[in-house]
Write a protein that binds this ligand. Structure first.
Ligand code: MRU
Length: 409
């Protein structure tokens, strides 16, 4: 039995705004973020309030629709409106470089607006919003379809390892790698999920562990460097991950650490599956060598970020917190570059902290993704079916072909 009822929707349209669950602090703080401008959506993407490749595609689409319904509603000239859609779409697409779904969502909106421009501006604006909502709805449909295809690959009682969060939160709803796991669990095929914590941003520990627990799927959290040992003990039957971009030859960009898992799978004869919708496949890139890998702030590596709620135990603590936060969020003075801010939130107090663990002034390298060469990928699970090598042929057929695709290659 899988109960997804407790997993919130990731991003949606409500009352003329784009709303999302702020994933940067989940699960200890679960804020609702309301974006009134497309710039707000851009900030949410670069700050990882919304993250995960398919969710980024939806965010791009909704961000453009938000612009159309706000600033775009003031425009009277159709040509200018279309040029502005292009500008806004390009700005949103530039917020993160690796997940192609972001560019895919932005491009689809640009094309849609141009292709339907002959209805006139007044009729076009609602259509643009409808297209963004369609992109969101289609994403969930795709995930449910790929989940069913992927589940069939797992034997009853499988022990599966996953990395990062390719869950419901990384998509409009349901998830890709976790979509497969949810579907498989409903069919009695999952005995346990090994969850890599996924340094440095901890999407595994924070988001995947949370989603699986919410859904009642048995899980065990491990640090990334434990995966090899767990596999060597014969306790992993399959690895399933998501993807941020898949090149035409089947090379897969995904969260940093994925490549290492794929190599381990080969050594231990464990299948390595990638679950991703067709919107993650980038047939314009011949190989993964051409995928731009995002590098992020060194502070993700040199320290840990923690947020939480403070529950005062005495009236003295309450008075102290009230005094500190009276004029707004209060930053405590700390040594070693540690940072802690305390703020009022509803009737409670919240802290956001960054604690340095590495010495200051050292050289740091922080790529957010790596590329797994196609030769390590057992199969790619798409909404159109399971795709196997030779990926140069099978991916092109899956993504450009028509009709249902189940087992190719
Ligand atoms: O940096 P993030 O959290 O956006 O990275 C997410 C991943 O790497 C996911 O595995 C990938 O986007 C697939 S999500 C279905």
């Amino acid at each position: 039995m899988v109960d997804l009822g407790n997993i919130p929707h990731t991003i949606w349209w409500e009352d003329g705004t784009v709303r999302m669950v702020d994933q940067s602090r989940l699960p200890l703080v679960g804020d609702l973020l309301i974006c009134n401008t497309y710039e707000g959506v851009c900030t949410a993407i670069s700050g990882m309030a919304v993250r995960g490749a398919p969710a980024l595609g939806v965010a791009a689409a909704l961000g453009i629709a938000l612009w159309s319904e706000t600033e775009g509603a003031e425009i009277e000239d159709l040509r200018y409106y279309l040029d502005e859609i292009d500008r806004v779409a390009d700005e949103i697409a530039a917020t993160r470089p690796t997940a192609v779904n972001l560019m895919w969502g932005a491009e689809r909106m640009k094309r849609f607006a141009r292709d339907n421009a002959d209805v006139g501006l007044d009729a076009l604006r609602p259509l643009v919003l409808e297209e963004a909502l369609r992109i969101r709805a289609e994403d969930e449909e795709r995930n449910r379809a790929l989940g069913a295809h992927g589940a069939a690959l797992l034997e009853p009682g499988s022990r599966v390892l996953t990395h990062c969060n390719a869950g419901s939160l990384a998509t409009a709803y349901f998830g890709t790698a976790l979509g497969v796991i949810f579907s498989a669990h409903a069919e009695g095929r999952i005995a346990r999920v090994w969850v890599d914590e996924t340094r440095p941003v901890l999407q595994g520990a924070r988001l995947t562990a949370w989603e699986l627990r919410m859904a009642g799927v048995p899980l065990t959290l491990i640090t990334d460097n434990m995966a090899a040992s767990v596999m060597r003990r014969g306790e992993v039957d399959a690895v399933i991950v998501g993807a941020d971009r898949i090149a035409a030859n089947g090379d897969v960009a995904n969260k940093i650490g994925t490549y290492g898992l794929a190599v381990l799978c080969k050594e231990h004869d464990v299948p390595f599956y990638v679950a991703a919708p067709s919107s993650t496949v980038d047939l314009t890139l011949a190989s993964g060598d051409d995928i731009v890998i995002e590098e992020r702030d060194e502070r993700e590596v040199t320290g840990v970020t923690v947020s939480g709620v403070i529950e005062p135990r005495t009236s003295i603590e309450t008075q102290a917190l009230d005094a500190l936060t009276e004029a707004g969020p209060y930053s405590l003075g700390m040594t070693k570059g540690h940072q802690m801010q305390v703020a009022r939130k509803g009737g409670a107090y919240q802290f956001d902290a960054w604690m340095r663990v590495a010495p200051p002034g050292i050289d740091v390298y922080n790529p957010a993704f790596d590329v797994t060469p196609a030769e390590y990928v057992t199969a790619i699970i798409t909404e159109r079916g399971v795709v196997r090598p030779d990926y140069t042929v099978s991916l092109a057929e899956a993504c450009c072909g028509t009709g249902a695709l189940h087992e190719l290659g």
